[in-house]
Design a protein around this ligand. Structure first.
Ligand SMILES: Cc1ncc(COP(=O)(O)O)c(C=O)c1O
Length: 418
């Protein structure tokens, strides 16, 4: 049944530590900071004493930070991942920027939280979050030894990378997509191979096959586009790759198809899912991966022993057990998506077809950053990505109908203004 023979998915070892090369740039920084410090301390600048003291302090801090050798050279070189803005709970913001669910989690979640026995906090939790895994197993009809759980699906993406990727290996994905793939690859000092989607988000299948990464990421539905990749294309990709194919199904609950059959068919495929979106539990951090136990065996070696805390385990178990509630929320969101897409098109936006809980839109006037800032000043947060191909677009999470209408009204006012 399984096509893959004995493939080498994992890094050969974790023992060969390669020291980062010394950086010649640091000597230059040292020289220029020293000369600036001298100028300020001798008052060759004409600045007052307090200004000079402040300048010396700032330069010293900069100097200290620039000169420390704490980090691996690839960490020094990379930019940090920038998550969406998270205003304080209770603030009057309409939050349509992080693809959270606008509806509350199922009622059983609140019961668990109210009745949680603090005795369970004194002890370490079950290392495999057994109750949560059993509930996933029952809900999806997958054996529990095919399931690994994580502190959000982000943790599982990281676990795959830690197990399979190191310097000299390639990580491949089509772009634009979830920016974290780039960050995780940089963290592992691995080679990034980004292959652009066409403007209409057709999968660059042959290029992805040819690149043959140690890990290939496909988000479906994809973020920020919301489009789905066909199962036929994923099947072809899985059958041709010798490395791991990560199918990131964070938004699968809102979509019409899923990759479970492929997971069963191919040993090198893992589907990674989350409770942050469909199940309204972004705050508790729960995700899970489904894959052949052989693939999971390496991932289990690198996951933290107690990565799911006792409260999250209990909450996840009841949330997975109430599929009717989740499906009802998803239906409401999907219905609102249809209405919002129509309203935005009427306002002159290009709207990409989406099977996720958000829409990628391009304003007819191309002033996406301006709209983002203006919406923010009106108390509505959407997502603007300052990155190639995204500068003229916004990603808008589907809110309640009331929130969506407020958004449309503000956009209408803004567009009339111009
Ligand atoms: C494509 C994709 N994958 C994974 C995640 C991470 O989800 P979480 O870590 O909340 O499970 C996100 C979050 O927005 C996402 O957009």
């Amino acid at each position: 049944m399984f096509r893959a023979k004995s493939r080498q998915y994992y890094r050969s070892n974790l023992g060969n530590i390669i020291l980062p090369p010394t950086e010649p740039g640091k000597e230059m920084i040292l020289k220029s900071v020293c000369s600036l410090l001298q100028r300020f301390s001798k008052d060759t600048t004409g600045a007052s004493l307090s200004v000079r003291i402040l300048a010396i302090k700032s330069l010293s801090t900069f100097f200290y930070l620039a000169m420390t050798d704490y980090f691996r050279s690839n960490i020094d070189a990379m930019a940090a991942y920038v998550p969406g803005e998270q205003p304080k709970p209770g603030s009057q913001i309409i939050k349509l920027n992080s693809n959270e669910n606008p509806y509350p989690p199922c009622p059983e979640v609140l019961e668990v939280l109210k009745n949680f026995d603090s005795e369970w906090l004194r002890r370490y939790p079950n290392p495999y979050a057994e109750d949560f895994r059993q509930a996933i197993s029952k809900a999806l009809g997958v054996k529990s030894d095919w399931i690994i759980v994580g502190n959000g699906s982000d943790e599982l993406l990281n676990v795959v990378m830690r197990a399979c990727v190191e310097s000299g290996r390639k990580v491949v994905y089509p772009t634009p997509t979830y920016v974290l793939y780039q960050t995780l690859t940089q963290m592992q000092s691995a080679e990034i191979v980004e292959i652009p989607y066409s403007e209409d988000y057709e999968l660059p299948l042959e290029e992805l096959i040819a690149a043959n990464g140690a890990v290939t990421f496909i988000a479906t539905p994809n973020s920020p586009s919301g489009h789905v990749v066909s199962m036929d294309e994923l099947r072809k990709l899985a059958s041709k790759l010798s490395g791991v194919l990560v199918i990131d199904e964070a938004y699968v609950d809102f979509a019409a198809c899923n990759a479970l059959d492929l997971v069963k068919e191919f040993e090198n495929v893992i589907s990674i899912r989350t409770l942050s979106k469909g199940y309204s539990l972004a705050g508790i951090r729960l995700g899970f991966g489904i894959a052949n136990p052989k693939l999971l065996s390496g991932l289990y070696k690198v996951k933290d022993s107690y990565n799911i805390d006792a409260i999250a385990c209990a909450v996840g178990a009841v949330a997975m057990s109430n599929q009717e509630y989740k499906n009802a929320c998803v239906q409401k969101v999907n219905a609102s998506r249809t209405f919002l897409a129509a309203d935005l098109k009427e306002l002159g936006f290009r709207v990409w077809d989406s099977q996720a809980n958000f829409l990628l839109v391009q304003s007819g006037t191309g002033n996406a950053e301006y709209l983002y800032q203006k919406l923010k000043s009106e108390g509505i947060l959407v997502r603007y990505f300052k990155q190639p191909r995204m500068e003229d677009k916004l990603r808008i999470t589907i809110g309640t109908d009331k929130q969506n209408q407020a958004l449309v009204q503000v956009l209408k006012n803004l567009l009339y203004e111009n």
